[in-house]
Design a protein around this ligand. Structure first.
Ligand code: AMP
Ligand code: MG
Length: 397
C-alpha cells in the first residue's frame, strides 16, 4: 500500500461496518416483487406438484396389463380422472393427474391406436413419465432464504406454492447531486469552458439498477451555502446521499466543508486507480458518500464502494462480486503503485483486451468495456497471464 493511503479492502470494511439494513419491511404482491429483497425466509405449505401427474402426452397404464388396452377415459390437465379399470388405458396429457391404479405413462409416439384400443410399441417401466407429488417442493421445506434478491424465477417459485404476497425491505431513498460550476445539462447549449453533466446519467442509472428510490437534486453550484442547503434537504428525505465532484482540495471543492458543517465527515485517500479521494460521513440520519468528479472515477468508485453499501443497506446478504480468472491478451508493464481497476473487454479468443487509454476522464473506456480487471498494487501483467476479471454482470447486482 502506498504511504498514507487506505487500502480498498480497509475502506470497504469501514464503510460496510456502518451499513445497517433498513429494517422496515413491506408486504407487497408477489406479482410486483421481482428485483426486491426478501425480508423473511419463505417455506411452502404444500407439495409441488400437488399430485402425481403426467410428464408427457400419451397413455396412463398399468404396466402388468400388457401391450393392448382399451382406451376408457381421457384426462386433461386440470381435471382428475376415474380410477383405472384393469385392462384399460387412459388417454392423458402433460400435467394431468395420474389416475389411481396407473403406474406408468407411455408417450404417444411409442403407441399406435386401433379403433378404441391402443397398442404399446415399447414396454413401459413402472414410474415412467410420472412427475411425483412433492418432487419439486416438499411441504414444510424452505423455498427462499431471507436477504435474497428476488429474481423473476424466485417470484415464480413463490407463486408455485401459492404465496400471493411477500415481505420485502422497503426501497432505500438515494439522494444524488452533482457539484461543479462547469456542468451543463444535455439539451442546453454548451458555453465556452463548460462540459455536460455525464455523471448525473451514469450515477442515476446505477442507483436505479440497484433498486433505490431516487431523489435527484441535480447540479449544485460550487458554493458553500448552496452545498449546505442541498445537503440539509437531501438528508431530510434520504437514507443515503451520494455526490460527485468537489471532494478534492481545490478552491472550488465545497463538499468537504459543507458536510463538516452539517454533519460528520471522514476523508479517505484510497490506494486505488481510478479513484483516490472518497468522502464518507453522515448528515442527520442520512449516510453521505462523496465520489470524485472524474467520470471514470465516479463510475468505478460507485461500483466498488457505493454498490455494496447500498446492497447491504437494502438487506441483501450476498454483496461481494465474484471475480473470474481470465487470460490477459495484453501487456501492462508499468502498473501503478495503487490497486488498479482496468477497463477490459472479452475478445473472440476468450481472452481480455485492454482499452488503450486508462485515463480517468475517458468515459468511452467504461462503455466499450465488459468489465474491470482488479489488478493488485504494483503488479505487472504479461500477455497470457491470468488476471482477476470483474465482469459488469457480477457488478450489476
Ligand atoms: P472535481 O472532483 O470536482 O475536481 O472534478 C474532477 C473532474 O471531473 C473535473 O474535470 C470535472 O470537470 C469533472 N466532473 C465533475 N463533475 C462532473 C460531472 N457531473 N460530469 C462530468 N464530469 C464531471
Ligand atoms: Mg468540481
Amino acid at each position: 500500500m502506498s504511504q498514507g493511503l487506505l487500502s480498498v479492502d480497509e475502506a470497504l470494511a469501514r464503510l460496510l461496518a456502518e451499513a445497517k439494513p433498513v429494517a422496515e419491511v413491506e408486504e407487497i404482491p408477489t406479482l410486483d416483487a421481482a428485483n426486491r429483497i426478501l425480508a423473511r425466509a419463505q417455506t411452502s405449505t404444500m407439495d409441488v406438484p400437488p399430485m402425481d401427474n403426467s410428464a408427457m402426452d400419451g397413455y396412463a397404464v398399468r404396466v402388468a396389463d400388457g401391450p393392448r388396452l382399451k382406451v376408457a377415459q381421457k384426462i386433461m390437465a386440470g381435471a382428475p380422472g376415474e380410477p383405472l379399470v384393469a385392462g384399460t388405458a387412459a388417454r392423458i396429457f402433460t400435467g394431468a393427474p395420474i389416475p389411481a391404479g396407473a403406474d406408468a405413462v407411455i408417450m404417444q409416439e411409442n403407441t399406435t391406436s386401433e379403433g378404441s384400443e391402443v397398442i404399446l410399441k415399447t414396454s413401459p417401466q413402472p414410474g415412467d413419465w410420472i412427475r411425483r407429488a412433492g418432487s419439486d417442493v416438499k411441504k414444510g421445506g424452505e423455498i427462499l432464504p431471507a436477504g435474497k434478491r428476488l429474481l423473476p424465477q424466485d417470484t415464480g417459485l413463490a407463486a408455485s406454492v401459492g404465496i400471493s404476497t411477500l415481505p420485502v425491505f422497503r426501497k432505500i431513498r438515494l439522494g444524488l447531486f452533482f457539484t461543479g460550476d462547469e456542468l451543463v445539462m444535455p439539451g442546453e447549449p454548451l458555453p465556452p469552458g463548460r462540459i455536460y453533466n455525464s455523471n448525473r446519467f451514469t450515477l442515476r442509472g446505477l442507483g436505479e439498477l440497484f433498486g433505490c428510490e431516487l431523489h435527484d437534486y441535480g447540479i449544485v453550484p460550487d458554493s458553500l451555502e448552496a452545498t449546505r442547503e442541498v445537503l440539509r434537504r437531501a438528508a431530510a428525505e434520504c437514507d443515503v446521499i451520494v455526490t460527485s465532484g468537489g471532494v478534492s482540495v481545490g478552491d472550488a471543492d465545497f463538499v468537504k466543508p459543507a458536510v463538516e458543517a452539517e454533519g460528520k465527515l471522514l476523508m479517505w485517500r484510497i490506494a486505488m486507480k481510478p479513484g483516490r479521494p472518497l468522502a464518507f460521513g453522515s448528515v442527520q440520519k442520512a449516510f453521505f458518500i462523496g465520489l470524485p468528479g472524474n467520470p471514470v472515477s465516479s463510475f468505478v468508485t460507485f461500483l466498488i464502494f457505493v454498490r455494496p453499501f447500498l446492497l447491504r443497506t437494502q438487506g441483501l446478504t450476498a454483496i461481494h462480486p465474484r471475480s473470474i480468472p481470465a487470460r490477459a491478451d495484453f501487456d501492462w508493464l508499468e502498473p501503478d503503485a495503487r490497486r488498479e481497476f482496468l477497463r477490459v473487454k472479452w475478445n473472440a479468443q476468450g481472452g481480455l483486451d485492454l482499452y488503450p487509454t486508462q485515463d480517468s476522464a475517458v468515459l468511452t473506456s467504461t462503455s466499450w468495456a465488459h468489465g474491470l480487471v482488479d489488478n493488485p498494487a504494483a503488479q505487472p501483467i504479461r500477455k497470457g497471464e491470468l488476471v482477476r476479471f470483474l465482469p459488469y454482470s457480477e457488478l450489476y447486482w
